[in-house]
Design a protein around this ligand. Structure first.
Ligand code: NDP
Ligand SMILES: O=C1O[C@H](COP(=O)(O)O)[C@@H](O)[C@H](O)[C@H]1O
Length: 524
């Protein structure tokens, strides 16, 4: 779905699918965007280096960027060699390496940097002048995407600065094919319901909702979108997708890394705000939502919001039975001894910040009544894996002797790594008897489509340029997420809920086992 006018790609833009390059399938020419400048606030930061510029480069390499395109970085420190630094970052973090000199050379000609403090009007004046230059010299057509790769408290000030400098106006919604002004806001969106609501109101006072793109990069992951295709692009799964057949749903977002030098950020945020409020709840909504009437931004988001509203609140004493929070202690990860969270730089020695959360949620609606959704996420767990598992109900009656060893059917959707889908079922062990064994039927994304699938940020940046908000979070959606999360924090405080401990490299604290009882968590 797109609100702006799509420009027909010029000759050579938008690659046609070929047998040699199956990745382009489903990326037909209409995915090419209209000319625009991408302005990145926070351009000297980690996200820009590791994710944004590599994504821009890969879009350029796939010739999915418009002819008139430019990148303007904005940050506080002087960066005379910004383009060179970005080249180095791309060489390090791009999924396709080494860098292609021709593709980079063309992109580099449109890369510039505006040094300035976000608090000062001069920064926006200088940015305005740079954008005018780019309109003339690079043909960016007065259209801009302002990507706010900054902490949430800086968002209102930047939007006000842009508005006062007339760089964004509600008229920049880009309707009727006019030029557009769009703002991308990174997660976490606020720190609780109240701050998210205030931020929505502040953004809404300067811009139309259709200009605001709240990004959650999990939605840009190919395999996360494939969840929707699995459900709604096939006929065989959906009839099983309900309380009649599903015993429980299990979601895991596990990382083996720690806070990676982001101790200060983590002390403010913790994993509930970093992962549960956004990535994990997004996965839950995609698994639980009803089929939307169309692949349209509002139709899809309407259905997701309904799921969030149907989540049974976890309040007061219920937090003790339905949640576990914990922090990693020193341990061994991939054969290496690693320090505990409290020994990380910029972390308080008596920190209570959670680096692991497990919870048992219920979606109180017709489809899911009585089905627990168990969710766990943590830093410094045994391995990096994100997956969604539908555990089906056990057999009502055991027909075969020797099937005791088999487990109920399970559909495992692995989001990363080794992206794919597997179905566990029972098979007969060859021989004269009737012994059964659990086996799996495996689909691997890499084997089917090639190993270098586009990164989430590629997809999402292209969607912003095209004006497609389907994979972005709407204002009511982000508030509904906080409405579920806030009472958990309140309950932890009022019930003095303990912060458990787990050794780095383990699967989390023992206390979490009770949430998945009697069958236990799956070992991915
Ligand atoms: N890093 C990641 O992997 C992810 C990050 N995010 C989100 O993205 C956002 C940015 O994260 P990240 O890149 O890690 O943050 P960093 O701390 O690495 O970068 C912050 C950027 O903001 C700039 N900045 C801060 N204050 C000012 C100011 N007053 N004036 C001008 N520039 C300023 C800094 O410039 P300078 O250093 O020059 O002062 C720097 O470029 C956060 O909201 C984070 O939650 C989301 C998903 C993943
Ligand atoms: O948003 C974030 O996500 C990353 C995990 O992303 P992934 O794509 O590697 O799964 C996480 O490490 C980080 O703490 C968080 O801010």
């Amino acid at each position: 779905m797109s609100e702006g006018k799509e420009k027909k790609p010029a000759e050579g833009q938008g690659e046609a699918p070929t047998e040699a390059n199956p990745l382009r399938e489903g990326m037909p020419e209409e995915r090419t965007a209209a000319p625009a400048a991408l302005v990145i606030f926070g351009a000297s930061g980690d996200l820009t280096r590791r994710k944004l510029l590599p994504a821009v480069y890969n879009l350029a390499l796939s010739r999915l960027l418009p002819g008139g395109f430019a990148v303007v970085g904005v940050a506080r420190r002087p960066k005379p060699d910004f383009a060179d630094d970005m080249r180095e970052a791309v060489n390090k973090f791009s999924r396709r390496r080494p860098i292609d000199d021709a593709a980079w050379g063309e992109l580099e000609r449109g890369i510039s940097y505006v040094q300035g403090n976000f608090d000062e009007p001069e920064t926006y004046k200088a940015l305005g002048a740079e954008l005018e230059r780019l309109d003339k010299e690079r043909g960016t057509g007065k259209s801009r995407v302002f990507y706010l790769a900054v902490s949430p408290d800086q968002v209102p000030g930047i939007v006000r600065g842009l508005r006062e400098a007339n760089l964004v106006t509600p008229a920049g919604a880009g309707r009727n094919g006019d030029h557009f002004e769009r703002i991308v806001v990174e997660k976490p969106f606020g720190e609780d319901l109240e701050s998210a609501h205030d931020l929505n109101r502040e953004l809404g006072s300067h811009l139309a909702e259709s200009q605001i793109y709240r990004i959650d990069h999990y939605l840009g992951k190919e395999t996360v979108q494939n969840l929707l295709v699995l459900r709604f692009g096939n006929t065989i799964f959906e009839p099983l997708w309900s309380r009649q057949h599903v015993d429980r749903v299990e979601l895991t977002v596990a990382e083996d890394i720690g806070v990676e030098g982001r101790g200060k950020f983590y002390e403010q945020v913790g994993i509930t705000r970093d992962i549960v409020q956004n990535h994990a709840l997004q996965l839950l909504t995609l698994v639980a939502m009803e089929p939307p009437s169309s692949w349209d931004a509002n139709a899809v988001r309407d259905e997701k919001v309904k799921v969030l509203r149907a989540l049974r609140p976890i309040t007061g004493k219920a937090v003790l039975d339905h949640t576990v929070r914990a922090q990693y202690a020193a341990g061994v990860v991939r054969g290496e001894h690693v320090p505990g969270y409290r020994e990380e730089p910029d972390v308080a020695k008596d920190s209570k910040t959670e680096t692991y959360v497990a919870l048992k949620a219920h979606v109180d609606n017709w489809r899911w009544s009585g089905v627990p959704f168990t969710l766990r996420t943590g830093k410094r767990l045994a391995k990096r894996v994100a997956e969604v598992v539908l555990h089906f109900k056990p057999l009502p009656h055991g027909l075969f002797r020797g099937q005791d060893g088999t487990q109920p059917n399970a559909l495992v959707m692995r989001l990363q790594p080794d992206e794919g889908i597997s179905l566990r079922f029972a098979a007969k062990v060859p021989g004269s008897g009737m012994a059964l064994r659990g086996v799996t039927m495996d689909f691997r994304y890499g084997a089917a489509f090639g190993s270098s699938t586009p990164e989430a940020y590629e997809r999402l940046l292209l969607d912003v340029l095209r004006g497609d908000a389907t994979l972005f979070t709407r204002s009511d959606e982000v508030e509904a997420q906080w409405r579920f999360i806030d009472p958990i924090f309140a309950g932890w405080a009022s019930e003095h809920a303990k912060v458990a401990s787990y050794p780095a490299g383990s699967w989390g604290p023992e206390e979490a086992d009770a949430l998945a009882a009697p069958r236990g968590w799956r070992r991915p």
